[in-house]
Write a protein that binds this ligand. Structure first.
Ligand SMILES: Cc1ncc(COP(=O)(O)O)c(C=O)c1O
Length: 468
């Protein structure tokens, strides 16, 4: 066997779109249109209004309305600097660390969300709620909320938020569709249950809805790269967003008490996965009061919504239909194919060793649907733990995989055991390398108890327990 350093690195951690999926020519054309016309480039290059570039709010309202089958309303949309930046703004405008009791985070969670939540005063107040097959365990969520309500006296709100904004009692953080890292999608029943709990306990549910447009039917065998793209990916109907379920229920008793219909869910959208992360532009959708309150965040009041020029360019990409073309003709077919290749390799190489995974998330018209960027593996009981496997993969195979513990909720790590899980990202790697990576992982598992090669002496003391 070759030594680890002689092998081409295979990095399954990077959750980026592959360079071949970046719409450079479409963005170039949109930029040329914007920068050639003073009616577009003057507002694009000056400070913008607080809720963001108005034409983009209007385009997005129609795009989202068509996609999710809801009535378009630009007043419900606020332009943001992307999903991550916007979580910080939401916490600035809709929480007060003295009054807001805790942030309830789905576990496993998108690992980079924790520092954003901690930076807003919630260090040691993140609470881990595990997922089951349907999504976040709403029974445990409600149990936790109840205990909190009984145990803690109410502190006052110290921030000056009213009348445009309010402090919620709790924040809930979820990725309802094609979650990062588990790939899971919440069922419609679980979505409704979470919305109901949020409305009862005065919670704001922050939904990172960043993978909603990236779903496809699961085909076996995976389509070839030369197959006509559009015929492969009839877009499956989306599941209802939590924000739309909350909207349909109208104001809650807490809305009445706070003097405005702020609602209990915000959909945090982003152009990162559908155009490119470098756009650093996204949108938040919630009630008109919530969108207005978000636009009143101090950093938006000073100079207007972030990413104004990127927003003008994104608007043009939407307006001329280039975004829909890009998703239909390139992104969905490529992800569908990459996912298929990874699942095939995992079925062939890993399943016989006792590794489990879910390859379809829900059904539409009898066809399995999957989506997003990630495959979440479970190492069967007889196999070694994920952290040790990841360590050995790196040292002996030049293979980087994300061990489950990386996705634990910070400060509440013990609540959910993730050391049997591994996340593999299929959006970024070269296709052939991705398959080779699975073969290398299988090799590590298969030879776990064999003596290590000469370059591996430092590892001899590692877990040598037998499996199976
Ligand atoms: C669940 C989730 N939320 C947010 C982000 C980051 O979004 P943005 O680039 O818009 O900040 C990611 C990126 O991987 C993600 O997976």
């Amino acid at each position: 066997m070759t030594t680890s350093s002689a092998k081409v690195p295979v990095n399954f951690i990077r959750g980026w779109p592959a360079p071949s999926l970046l719409p450079a020519s479409k963005l170039k054309a949109a930029s040329a249109t914007v920068l050639s016309d003073p009616k577009l480039f003057v507002p694009g290059l000056e400070y913008g209004p607080d809720p963001g570039y108005q034409p983009l709010r209007e385009e997005l309202a129609c795009f989202l309305g068509d996609f999710f089958g809801v009535a378009p309303d630009p007043r419900r949309i606020c332009i943001t600097g992307g999903a991550s930046q916007n979580v910080a703004c939401l916490l600035q405008s809709f929480t007060d660390p003295a009054y807001t009791q805790a942030v309830w985070v789905v576990a496993p969670c998108y690992h980079l969300i924790c520092p954003i939540l901690e930076d807003s005063g919630f260090r040691n107040r993140l609470r881990s709620i595990p997922e089951d097959e349907e999504g976040m365990r709403v029974d445990l969520l409600e149990e936790g909320l109840k205990e909190f309500e009984n145990a803690k006296p109410r502190d006052p709100v110290y921030k000056e938020l009213s009348p445009d904004r309010k402090a919620y009692r709790h924040i809930i953080y979820v990725v309802p569709t094609c979650s990062n890292p588990s790939g899971k999608t919440m069922t419609p029943a679980r979505r409704r249950a979470i919305v109901e709990v949020a409305r009862s306990y005065d919670c704001l549910v922050i939904c990172d809805d960043v993978y909603d447009f990236l779903t496809w039917p699961v085909l076996s065998p995976p389509p070839s790269s030369t197959a006509p793209a559009a015929s492969l990916v009839p877009s499956p109907p989306p599941l209802p967003r939590l924000v739309d379920l909350d909207r349909a229920l109208g104001p809650s008793p807490h809305d009445a008490a706070s003097g405005g219909h702020f609602g209990h869910v915000v959909s945090n959208g982003s152009f990162s996965k559908i155009l490119g992360p470098g756009m650093r532009t996204g949108w938040a959708e919630g009630s008109p009061a919530l969108a207005h309150g978000l636009s009143a965040t101090g950093s938006s009041r000073s100079g207007g919504a972030p990413s104004q020029l990127a927003a003008a360019i994104a608007c043009e990409v939407l307006r001329c239909g280039a975004l829909e073309d890009h998703l239909r003709d390139l992104v969905r077919p490529a992800l569908q194919r990459r996912h298929g290749l990874l699942v095939d390799a995992a079925r062939r190489e890993l399943a016989p060793l006792g590794v489990e995974f879910v390859s379809r998330n829900w059904e539409a018209d009898g066809v399995g649907i999957y989506g997003g960027y990630f495959l979440w593996l479970r190492l069967g009981e007889g196999l070694p733990g994920a952290s040790e496997v990841a360590k050995r993969c790196k040292e002996h195979e030049n293979l980087i995989i994300a061990a489950g513990q990386m996705f634990a909720v910070k400060g509440d790590e013990q609540a959910v055991d993730l050391d049997r899980n591994v996340r593999l990202c299929f959006s970024y790697l070269d296709e052939a390398l991705m398959v080779e990576g699975v073969e290398r992982l299988a090799h590590v598992l298969r030879t776990w108890n064999e003596p290590l090669g000469p370059d591996s002496q430092r590892d001899q003391g590692l877990n040598m327990a037998t499996f199976k």
